[in-house]
Design a protein around this ligand. Sequence first.
Ligand SMILES: [Fe+2]
Ligand SMILES: [Fe+2]
Length: 313
Amino acid sequence: MSYTPLRINTIKPEIQIPFELYIHFKDQYLCYQAQGLVINKDKFKKLKKQKVAKFYIKSQDERLYQKFLDQLIQETLNSAETPVEDKVVLMEEASSTAIEQIQKDPGSESSYKMTQTATGGLRKLITDNPTALKIMFEKKALPHEVLVKHSLNVCLLATKLAEKLRLSDDEIQAVMTAALMHDIGIPRSSEEAQNLFQKTKQKFTPDDRRHHKEHIESTLQIIKDKPYIKPLVIQLIQHHEEVLSGNGPYKQTKLNAAEECLSLVNSYDKKILIGELSPKDALKELMVDELGNYELKTLTKFKEVLQKEGLIL
Ligand SMILES: [Fe+2]
Ligand SMILES: [Fe+2]
């Protein structure tokens, strides 16, 4: 039997859960609750206190989970009584679940559908709630969750930059999906390539540059023939480290607006999460050191996005 992990905050107490829930304990999957039951609030609180972060479902139940989650997201985001902080938690957990699922199984259509559920909810969340992006972006990540946090941060800021650049809705959707998926190849790469995630590209040696392509190639190999993934999403993942100076892994010197948007935000967020710079200093470094990597007008628009979202003054 194969099991799929999901974050427990994507399950809500007091409503009927239409699939079996499992917990992973001492290398075993233990049935926590039978199909069709409700978790009461106290039981749910106890789980959180015990730091149970994930439930598991039988992989064959993924479709039921997706339907359940779609409905929960819609109801939560449309509810006037739900505080923005709770909406942020749900979307953060739903998006992180999507990233973890597609990282584990990049060739699965059901995992890809999860990314579409996540991007739809995220766009609505940050469009309807002006403070949501800042709340989500400024949350600290646990050390083992930095890669997931990075993907989510890139998705949030790339959405706003893409809107600012007046990309079409289809292009924005592609940028968001590619942002969630862009680094999912890292865990499947060689140790040398994996270690590069902990370095900002300014510190790369020539050897590092050779290994850098691996985390992209390992994803492309799996997703390139999937008919349900739009060609632009695949192209964006392939070119997410490309820069106008030609120093990217594929040495491109021309980028379309969507490619430049994703690459710029990817570079910016690494300066914060890995380089530990403040949002303000990261922007300064981007505008000084990477002036040849991105168009000045794109950098200026990005600065305006950061100001509008309240990340810099
Ligand atoms: Fe990358
Ligand atoms: Fe990245």
